[in-house]
Design a protein around this ligand. Structure first.
Ligand SMILES: [Zn+2]
Length: 245
């Protein structure tokens, strides 16, 4: 049985993600960076059963980690993050690296190293759901900025994520989809699927709803960075997007 997944809107445009393993009722929160909304979501989830056991961090930026320590203090949950970023993350109860397994009750996440946005960025892939928590690497219709890594590293990270099963739910760290759609329409003007997705995204946002999670197969049809056939095209798109308004 797959995870139950809920985006928790925090800060201006971030998502923390609340996960429940239905068999054990174990709960996890991904990237809790603002205490009040995250605690409210946890309390609401615990009210129908289960306890928070894991705090999963994708990377060291403040808008992903800021409330992690406070959530641990209040719940006793363990903080999991990249061993490569010890010193830039809150104190880790478990440091992980490529290929490690992290268990939330009966649900197992595989750690995938996805550098590019930051050097130590990791993603958590729950194969049985399937769902991937990919922080600021793959966004709906976009990809993270290259703040610490090279285009080649990000291109490889995107290829890793693109190779997951097509039904995988992409659970990313920001609600950037509407702005990303404007770029995607410009970059992929002859792609009929992008116009359809852009209209869907606009309708969701007008209704105040999140545009994620989104199935990976839709991203494979509409995300310019996943459609880039090679590194030079990926690099061209990334630098164009950096200047795109
Ligand atoms: Zn970030």
């Amino acid at each position: 049985m797959g995870l139950e997944i809920r985006p928790v809107p925090i800060l201006s445009d971030n998502y923390a993600w609340l996960l429940r393993d239905p068999a054990s009722q174990a709960l996890a929160i991904v990237d809790p960076a603002e205490l009040a909304p995250v605690l409210a979501a946890i309390e609401q989830a615990e009210a129908i059963g289960g306890r928070l056991s894991l705090i999963l961090l994708t990377h060291h930026h403040a808008d992903h980690i800021d409330a992690a320590e406070a959530v641990r203090e209040r719940t006793g949950a363990a903080i999991v993050g990249a061993g490569a970023d010890l010193g830039r993350l809150p104190r880790l109860d478990r440091a992980v690296a490529e290929g490690d397994a992290v268990a939330l009750g009966d649900s197992i996440a595989q750690v995938i190293e996805t550098p590019g946005h930051t050097r130590g960025h990791i993603s958590y892939f729950f194969a049985a759901t399937p769902a991937v928590f990919c922080g600021d690497t793959l966004f709906s219709l976009g990809c993270g900025r290259l703040l610490e890594g090279s285009p080649a590293e990000m291109f490889e990270s995107m290829r890793r994520l693109a190779s997951l099963p097509p039904e995988t739910l992409v659970c990313c760290g920001h609600e950037y989809t509407e702005a990303n759609a404007r770029f995607a329409v410009a970059a992929l003007s002859s792609n009929p699927a992008i116009a359809e997705r852009a209209a869907e995204v606009a309708a969701l946002r007008r209704a105040g709803k999140p545009t994620v999670p989104v199935r990976l197969e839709l991203e494979q049809e509409t995300n310019p960075f996943l459609l880039a056939p090679d590194l030079s095209e990926f690099t061209r798109l990334r630098s164009w997007k950096d200047r795109f308004r």
